[in-house]
Design a protein around this ligand. Sequence first.
Ligand code: TMP
Length: 264
Amino acid sequence: MDFLKPRYIPMKSRRRIYEGKAKVLFEGPEPGTLVQHFKDDATAFNAKKHDVIDGKGVLNNRISEYVFLQLNSIGVPTHFIKRLNMREQLIREVEIIPLEVVVRNVAAGSLSQRLGLDEGMPLPRSIIEFYYKNDALNDPMVSEEHITAFGWATPQELDDIMALAIRVNDFLTGLFLGVGIRLVDFKMECGRLYEGDMMRIVVADEISPDSCRLWDIKSNDKMDKDRFRRDMGGLIEAYSEVARRLGILTEGDNPKAEGPKLVQ
Ligand code: TMP
């Protein structure tokens, strides 16, 4: 009865919609859906630095699934439907708004460099920044004026995006604080989800240690992609520890060998 078994459709024979640096999007099983596949590739500085890190895609798939499920459950709309397997999730097809929305709670990274602030200095309040998604231009920082003047988002959409960014930041800050991790900053992307005549802005892409700065509360150890950007090593161990603390990985799981197991 071999023909009754679910068939694995090889990656090559599916229709690729888009390939990014760390993910591939395939056509989904139903109209309006896509399959988001997490690769093991790590890039930094607009892909000038590149490596393949065994197991990273598996961990990001799991961590991002966990975060998006929690966001859905508190009424923050996202593109996420369900995880399909170790590296893939089913998502709603959205029209990606070409902005990287960065929310910062503590000075680090490009903010520290640009304004000469010590990394680790708590900011007087959370700050939202926008970067125009364009590799050829190195994702330049832009203001609300640029965004609305060039039509990347309308003023109304920008209001929605900022309201979402604040909710996601509040939620993630508490989620990570509860497991002994400081959310220093993170990047999110938004998309337009069309439902009949209606359109709403939803959180899209991924939220994982690739797109957040996560520091251990006690030691300030980095548990995010800065370990790769700054050649510190120990990236898989750090991402696994984030997953373990969130209750996604059981003790002793090895994402390199067989992928994390869900705690039942
Ligand atoms: P930055 O300090 O380098 O501007 O990064 C701010 C946050 O955005 C940090 O959590 C890492 C994340 N980020 C991305 O997810 N993708 C990127 O391309 C960049 C530059 C940053």
